[in-house]
Design a protein. Sequence first.
Length: 102
Amino acid sequence: MITNTDCTIFRIDDNGSYIAVGTYPCMWQEVKGYEVKKYGQENADKAAVYIPDITADVREEDYIIRGTVTAENFLPENALVITSVSVKDYGGELNHIQVGAR
């Protein structure tokens, strides 16, 4: 699988702190935008991220950010929240995890 960047996954631990779960090479496809609603403007950024490592520890409601980021430099407002995770275990070089984030 072709990758164009790395992504870092963060999770909130029991103490409310953000911990880095892992950094993985990935294919990051992002759409930046805003939606105008009756009550104001809302961020509509979303991304489809393909991680070729099917053993990656990725869960819904984790945070994902483009690039290699340490826990000391992590700001949740710069990250997207993972809304879907799908493991595609086709065999061979086509294995990957498909992540949807908003």
